[in-house]
Structures are given as structure tokens and as C-alpha cells.
Design a protein around this ligand. Structure first.
Ligand code: ZN
Length: 407
């Protein structure tokens, strides 16, 4: 048993702060959370870690990563010469960087060769260092469509059902479907067009639901966002309201998304502010305006970085998570809300809300401790002194969390 005491303990839920709090841990699980002394007799027998001047909170959750990519601009042409063996090693290194930045659960939304499942299992076995992974395996996409090269091509409903079932048979934790085109695949439909209609997306939702799993739908285009809501997906990824002539946020459609309760992962990341230098102020303002319009309409947004994929020629490394949270602050979110969308809400959206995302008795001991107070200064989330993944400490000494992957 171990007891961790800190000046502040945040449960993860917005506004829930325990001053001079303590968390009692037994092996991989949390036993109790409360003010100093609340652990009672059990606490007296435990090894004590005193952290004055620090804040303890749930481990952060990245709802959208691609451990198989390396933040460079063109993953497609870089992919071909790389063997699966080499790629798996690189994914392991990316997983290490992610957990070194305080991310204790990550949802990988697209990998080839089911390598994400091997890595997920290796981390759970202690063979590799990383966050708990929620793995989507091969994204379902049309022939030659967005990310077709990951192996999940399917054009009609029987084919979609087949790929969905194969992914689930292999052990996928959720399904990913490319409802619209995207920017990163040469020759694929552009992001402002749909790849699938509502009926086809419904097949994916049905197959996932039959095994108690959720669906993440990649959707930039208006029509794809609407179809995703109609089909009942769990999360909409990007949700940029992209048209041929740029972002055009539609208040009526935002209300449809909000009313449905569908989670939106707007995939904002640490290199996001560089959009200003690369694409200009107007592009940045349009994107931020959308995130803030969704907040005002009551859309449940969650944190996820799309780490691994470059965006608009800007590298997006695996350890830029807190920078992504700072983008939510730029869009008007309060720090307490940001911590909630990075923990409780993201866990729920990723289907792991029962075991992770908040500091509660019985949940996994996934937590971080930082010097300072992230409710006052979000950047204090970078001052990590402790990262526990299911109670296992991930040592920070000597870990270079500044990415080496931007070549
Ligand atoms: Zn992605």
C-alpha cells in the first residue's frame, strides 16, 4: 500500500478539489481518495509520499493518437520501406514519450498490421513502457480513400461489415471509420467530401455495439458530420466543418451535434499555434472560433492530439499533449473544464470511464503529480514529478521528453 499526499488533489471532475488531500493505492488500484487522514488505519500502514506544493490528478488521456507515425509531413511515402518489426519499435518509443508527458491512456485511431494490439498487450505485460492503449486497428475506408494503406478498405455494406468484424476478431477495442476524406492521403477524396453515407456508418456502429464497443468517425465535411451523428457514432474526430473554401461553422449543425451528446475530439495539439505562421491568422481564428462555438453550444469536447500526423505541414510530436490543452484555453475553456475534458470526459468517450479518468476508489491507479497548480497555470502540467500507470511508476529521470522525432 502507498499513500500519496499533496497540497491539492483533483478528482478530474470540473471544480472538485480536495485541499491537503491523499490517495491510497493498493497495487494497481485506488483504495480511497479524500482529505488528509481519510484513509484511516489502512493509511497508517502504507508507505507515504508527501508532496507539498504539488497537485495530484488523474493521468491524462489522449483520445486520438497514431503511434505508428512519426510526426513527419508525409506518412504515406515514409511507410513503405519500413518493416513491421522496425515500426513496432518506433511505436514503442512513441508510447514511452506519450507516458513521459503524463498520458496514462491513449486511443490509437489507426495503425497497420494490428501492430497497435501487439503494443497494447506488451505494455500491459510490462514488456514496454507506455500508457494503457485503446486500439482501433485498421480504419475502415473506401478503396483508395483516406488512410487506405492501413489495410481497412471496404466500399459496400457487406465489405464494411467484414472489415469491422475482422478488426474486432483480432481484438480491436473500438472501430475507426473515415466518414469524410482527409488531407494526408495522396489521391484520396478531399476532406470536404463524404466517403460514406448514414446507412453505411450505421453498419459500423451496429457491429461495434454488438460487442460493446464504440466507434470513432473521422469527419471534416458537413455532410459527414451529420451522417456520423445520425448513425450514432461515439466520437467525431476533427469536426472541422471543412468546405472547399475553408472552415464554415454551421450553428444549426453544431446544435444537432450538441443535442445528440456525441463527443467531439477536435484534435488540437502542441504545434497548433504554428498554424498562425504557416497558414495565417485567419485560418487559426476560424479553427479556434469553431472550437469555441461548439463549447458555447454545449458540445462535449475531449482532448486528443492526432499525434504522429503532421497537420498542414506542421509536425505534431507525441509529447505535445499539454500544448494541445493550451489551445482549449485559447478557445475560451477554463482550466478546470480543460482538466475534465482531458480526464473524465475523454475516458468516457474512449469507453474506459469505468476504470480510468478520475480518482475514485476501485479505479486504476493512473495518476500524475505536478509541482504547482494546473488550475491556476495549465502549463504546470509539464512539471511532472510522478506518473503512475496502474500503480506502476514511470521514471522520469533522464527521459528526454523533448521529441527527437522531428528530423
Ligand atoms: Zn488521426
Amino acid at each position: 500500500m502507498r499513500i500519496i499526499r499533496a497540497t491539492k488533489v483533483l478528482t478530474g471532475r470540473s471544480g472538485q478539489v480536495i485541499a491537503d488531500g491523499e490517495v491510497l493505492i493498493d497495487g494497481p488500484k485506488i483504495v480511497s481518495v479524500g482529505p488528509r487522514g481519510s484513509a484511516g488505519e489502512a493509511g497508517e500502514a502504507a508507505e507515504v509520499i508527501e508532496l507539498p506544493g504539488h497537485t495530484v490528478l488523474p493521468g491524462l488521456i489522449d483520445a486520438h493518437v497514431h503511434l505508428g507515425f512519426d510526426a513527419k509531413v508525409d506518412p504515406v511515402t515514409r511507410r513503405s520501406p519500413e518493416s513491421d518489426h522496425h515500426l513496432l519499435l518506433r511505436m514503442a518509443e512513441n508510447a514511452r514519450k506519450l507516458v513521459s508527458a503524463g498520458v496514462t491512456t491513449a486511443r490509437d485511431l489507426g495503425a497497420r498490421g494490428f501492430l497497435d494490439l501487439d503494443l497494447r498487450d506488451a505494455i500491459e505485460e510490462g514488456l514496454a513502457v507506455g500508457p494503457h492503449l485503446v486500439a482501433a486497428t485498421r480504419p475502415i475506408t473506401i478503396t483508395g480513400g483516406h488512410c487506405w494503406y492501413m489495410g481497412g478498405e471496404a466500399d459496400d455494406e457487406p465489405a464494411i461489415r467484414r472489415v469491422a468484424r475482422e478488426n474486432l476478431r483480432a481484438g480491436a477495442d473500438c472501430l475507426k471509420v473515415m466518414a469524410s476524406g482527409g488531407q494526408m492521403t495522396p489521391g484520396a477524396p478531399p476532406s470536404w467530401t463524404s466517403q460514406y453515407g448514414t446507412e453505411q456508418l450505421r453498419v459500423v456502429v451496429e457491429e461495434a455495439a454488438a460487442r460493446g464497443k464504440g466507434v470513432a468517425a473521422h469527419a471534416h465535411a458537413h455532410e459527414a458530420i451529420r451522417s456520423s451523428v445520425e448513425a450514432g457514432v461515439t466520437t467525431i474526430e476533427h469536426c472541422t466543418f471543412f468546405t472547399r473554401s475553408g472552415h464554415r461553422y454551421d450553428p444549426e449543425l453544431i446544435d444537432v451535434v450538441a443535442a445528440s451528446g456525441t463527443y467531439v475530439c477536435p484534435t488540437v495539439h502542441g504545434a497548433f499555434h504554428r498554424i498562425r505562421e504557416v497558414h495565417g491568422e485567419a485560418m487559426l481564428e476560424a479553427w479556434l472560433g469553431g472550437v469555441s462555438a461548439m463549447r458555447e453550444a454545449g458540445v462535449r469536447q475531449i482532448a486528443g492530439t492526432d499525434a504522429g500526423f503532421a497537420i498542414g505541414g506542421i509536425g505534431n510530436p507525441t509529447d505535445g499533449y499539454v500544448g494541445g490543452l493550451e489551445v482549449f484555453a485559447m478557445a475560451g475553456y477554463r482550466n478546470a473544464e480543460i482538466i475534465e475534458l482531458a480526464t473524465v470526459l475523454a475516458a468516457d468517450a474512449c469507453g474506459v470511464g469505468e476504470v480510468a479518468g478520475s480518482l475514485d476508489a476501485g479505479k486504476r491507479a493512473d495518476l500524475i503529480a505536478v509541482a504547482g497548480d494546473p488550475l491556476e497555470r495549465l502549463s504546470d502540467l509539464r512539471n511532472l514529478v510522478l506518473v503512475l500507470v496502474s500503480g506502476r511508476s514511470v521514471g522520469q529521470a533522464g527521459v528526454d521528453t523533448v521529441t527527437a522525432s522531428l528530423g
